[in-house]
Design a protein around this ligand. Structure first.
Ligand SMILES: [Zn+2]
Ligand SMILES: [Zn+2]
Length: 512
């Protein structure tokens, strides 16, 4: 028996959250800006945003935040970085090292700025916490003191949950060395609660005392629950890697309760978005689909829909090639027929204008129009598409053009040649006879279907054994390549006089 879900997953999650009796609510998201923030990371903020939306609909007081973990150290020289520049920055906070392009205030800002502007385009409005400011302002000093005091309790929790031994000199706080700037090689030697300082030594030979205000950072497994307690966070979505037994949510929840004396947030776990043919889209791979790049080829509502329509614990496989056309058309169809209204609403479909032209069709039309947006409208109108909203069609055509340039497979690309392509001179006598006869039989206003039938009929009349030779003749005459879009519709979309003239010319042309 098929189980029909009568509720959207975000509504179900909201029910569970309300059953906890906590509130007011703060939904927290966070991504370390160590590299390009990609579409896999988007699942976190979109999942959080729809839960936020549902709670607001129910009149619940709720805030959505994004913690930009820019105080995290650079872990390694990623493939997209210049090793000569960045090897000396490993271990330093991302907010304190230079940006790769020279145009941003820091390494972290370089990756954060495009991501934050993409969030605006996705209509996700977050309260941003910059981790470096949280530390430097002293906001986390009470949690740093609790963590240093509770060092043994934390070590016990980590050992019990993860099975890994915690070294005797381990500390939950990593001071930033005043000599080398790194926080990955320092050891805590003592601390003063009164002065809010921590004493350290470093493997570089440096030693000294840092302030708890920005002089270092809590280690990740402690930093996360420290935020939960401090902000305080009541709901947090995270990837399934954090949700494993003994993972950072498990240890964080215990540390939050025992050390920071606060309840942990309600967890919302999500699966990865995998990139077809490229494995899981985790970070720190050079070749990723950044969010701002995806927004060049997909409207924000469609990108939201990709994530909203799928249960968080179901994997999403994303392929920016041909399947992207289907996603766009699936959304356009759903929006024009008001199918799956809950997912559409949460995706923001009220901001979307269905244009009544399939995207995969538009991809051909923009090429026939030679990427001229005015010409796109002319071609569509000539073919009885009403185009009530030319601006919406032009906007969508822009996505089609960028998709063609960025992700389209080569066999989908073509260009209508202004003069008879030289390859058309190599057609055989039967093909030329076919083209001439087709020129004589076409009438203005014929539909793609009618021309399609005509092609078959004439191919038979001129004694062609295979219709593929007829199609090839058409493509060579117009495109100078053996393949192209569906021929009947292709010819119907081009201007009638141009088509007839070109067919005649190609029918006459024989190799010299
Ligand atoms: Zn930059
Ligand atoms: Zn050092």
């Amino acid at each position: 028996m098929v189980h029909v879900r009568d509720k959207h997953w975000a509504d179900e999650i909201a029910d569970e959250i309300l059953a906890t009796g906590r509130g007011p609510h703060e939904i927290s998201t966070g991504i370390s800006p160590s590299g390009e923030i990609h579409i896999g990371n988007l699942r976190e903020v979109i999942t959080a945003d729809v839960v936020h939306q549902v709670l607001k609909e129910r009149g619940i007081e709720v805030t959505l935040d994004y913690v930009a973990d820019n105080f995290d150290p650079l872990r390694k020289v990623y493939p997209f970085l210049d090793a000569a520049v960045y090897s000396s920055h490993i271990g330093k906070p991302l907010s304190e090292i230079p940006c790769p392009c020279g145009g941003h205030s820091s390494y972290a800002a370089h990756f954060l700025e495009p991501f934050l502007s993409s969030l605006e385009r996705l209509r996700i409005h977050v309260k941003v916490y910059y981790a470096d400011q949280m530390y430097k302002s002293g906001m986390l000093v009470p949690q740093i003191v609790q963590a240093l005091r509770g060092r043994d309790a934390i070590a016990r929790i980590l050992h019990e949950c993860t099975g890994r031994k915690v070294e005797p000199e381990w500390s939950p706080f990593n001071p930033i060395c005043g000599t080398c700037g790194r926080m990955t090689d320092t050891l805590v030697k003592g601390f003063s609660e009164k002065a809010a300082t921590v004493d350290y030594t470093c493997s570089c030979g440096g030693r000294g005392t840092v302030s708890m205000k920005g002089g270092g950072k809590l280690t990740w497994r402690v930093d996360w629950p420290a935020r939960w307690a401090r902000i305080p966070v009541t709901i947090e979505p995270f990837g399934k890697d954090h949700a494993t037994r003994g993972g950072s949510y498990d240890t964080g929840a215990l540390i939050c309760r025992e050390v920071f004396k606060a309840p942990p947030p309600f967890p919302v776990t999500y699966e990865w978005i995998s990139f077809k043919g490229m494995g899981d889209m985790k970070k720190s791979k050079g070749n990723v689909l950044s969010v701002h790049r995806m927004l060049e080829v997909l409207p924000p509502e469609v990108l939201r829909y990709l994530i909203v329509k799928t249960q968080p614990m179901r994997a999403i496989s994303f392929d920016p090639g041909l399947p992207l056309l289907s996603l766009m058309d699936e959304f356009d169809d759903a929006a024009s027929q008001s199918r799956d209204p809950r997912a559409l609403k949460l995706a923001g479909a009220d901001q979307f204008t269905p244009i009544g032209v399939p995207f995969r069709h538009l991809v051909n039309v923009v090429q026939m129009a030679d990427f001229d947006l005015e010409q796109v409208i002319v071609i569509l109108r000539r073919n009885k598409y009403p185009v009530p909203d030319p601006a919406a069609v032009k906007e969508r055509a822009g996505y089609a053009i960028r998709w063609l340039r960025e992700f389209a497979p080569d066999d989908l690309k073509f260009s209508v040649q202004r003069a008879l392509p030289p390859a058309a001179r190599a057609l055989d006598a039967a093909q030329r006879a076919f083209l001439s006869r087709l020129a004589g039989s076409l009438r203005p206003g014929m539909s793609g279907e009618e021309i399609h039938a005509l092609i078959y009929e004439i191919a038979k009349q001129v004694g062609m054994e295979k219709t593929t030779a007829a199609f090839e003749a058409i493509y060579q005459a117009f495109l100078g390549q053996p393949k192209g879009p569906r021929a009947g519709w292709f010819l119907a979309f081009l201007e009638h006089d141009f088509v007839v003239e070109r067919l005649r010319e190609a029918g006459k042309a024989a190799a010299a």
